[in-house]
Design a binder for this molecule. Structure first.
Ligand code: SF4
Length: 272
């Protein structure tokens, strides 16, 4: 068990239950007010880099950012990648969030010709049989549409947090994204699980119902499963391929560049 997940269990008090449950945090964590002020400041800095966009996966983190952008009325456009493999709960949240905030989350789809070529190349089930097939699916459905959407933008905002995994432990608030060629802002980099769920409850921010059904990290439907309370939060992503490693880092899929590690290394060009 990693240190960070031991914290999760303590917060949620769910050690007696077999499946992960999202934490409910009634009391404001120490230092949270200052953290929130710093987060809003980072978002304001990001907004100066126009045009700036929020790349949302409809995760709890991205819903917090969508909430803050709406509350602060920042000129940051939001989009999400519709891979055509998203869970129903994510699609429902998408519509609910747009209605709740009166703001669009632009729907970015894979290119039709690339989807057709993918279908002619491999069956849907191929992603479970080889890593290269899985990576091709992620490239067509995620990375290519993302790259297309980020073209011409000056900055993008993500919900990456240091606490999510060992692989994200060095996430900075701002970095040059060499992979996509623009500034990248991670305003929630220093947010703990405790602060995240405290703020979500305090502000009544809509989040996926799957967080109440054993899901700690939510992606495409075929590639996401519920986790037990003692598994790493990202253990439910591409679990058949490379399960969470001993140091707590789980498989990533193909979106986030780890420029703060070593962007000269090919393996660091695109991951998520
Ligand atoms: S997460 Fe799974 S379904 Fe989604 S794009 Fe990647 S391989 Fe395809």
């Amino acid at each position: 068990m990693t240190t960070e997940f031991a914290l999760d269990s303590t917060i949620s008090g769910n050690q007696s239950k077999p499946w992960y449950q999202r934490p409910h945090v009634a009391n404001e964590p120490a230092g949270f007010a200052d953290l929130l002020t710093a987060t809003v400041a980072t978002l304001n800095t990001a907004a100066v880099h126009a045009p700036c966009v929020l790349a949302s996966s409809l995760s709890a983190e991205d819903m917090v950012l969508f909430h803050l952008i709406a509350r602060e009325q920042l000129p940051i456009h939001t989009f999400a990648l519709d891979t055509e493999r998203l869970p129903k709960a994510t699609l429902t949240l998408w519509l609910d969030a747009e209605a709740h905030y009166g703001r669009e989350i632009e729907r970015i789809r894979p290119a039709a010709d690339r989807l057709q070529a993918l279908a002619e190349t491999q069956a849907n089930s191929a992603i479970f049989e080889s890593k290269s097939a899985r990576e091709l699916c992620c490239t067509v459905r995620k990375t290519e549409p993302l790259r297309r959407t980020l073209e011409g933008k000056a900055a993008w905002v993500t919900g990456l947090r240091k606490a999510q995994s060992a692989g994200r432990a060095q996430v900075p608030h701002q970095e040059w994204d060499a992979g996509f060629g623009l500034e990248k802002f991670n305003p929630l980099a220093d947010w703990s699980d405790e602060g995240l769920w405290y703020f979500i409850d305090r502000e009544n921010i809509p989040v996926s119902k799957l967080y109440d059904k054993g899901y700690a990290s939510i992606g495409c439907d075929p590639c996401t499963r519920p986790i037990r309370f003692d598994e790493h939060p990202r253990a439910g992503r591409w679990w058949w391929e490379t399960a969470a490693t001993a140091n707590g880092s789980a498989t990533e899929c193909g979106i986030h560049v780890v420029a703060h590690k070593d962007s000269t290394q090919p393996e660091n060009k695109v991951i998520a």
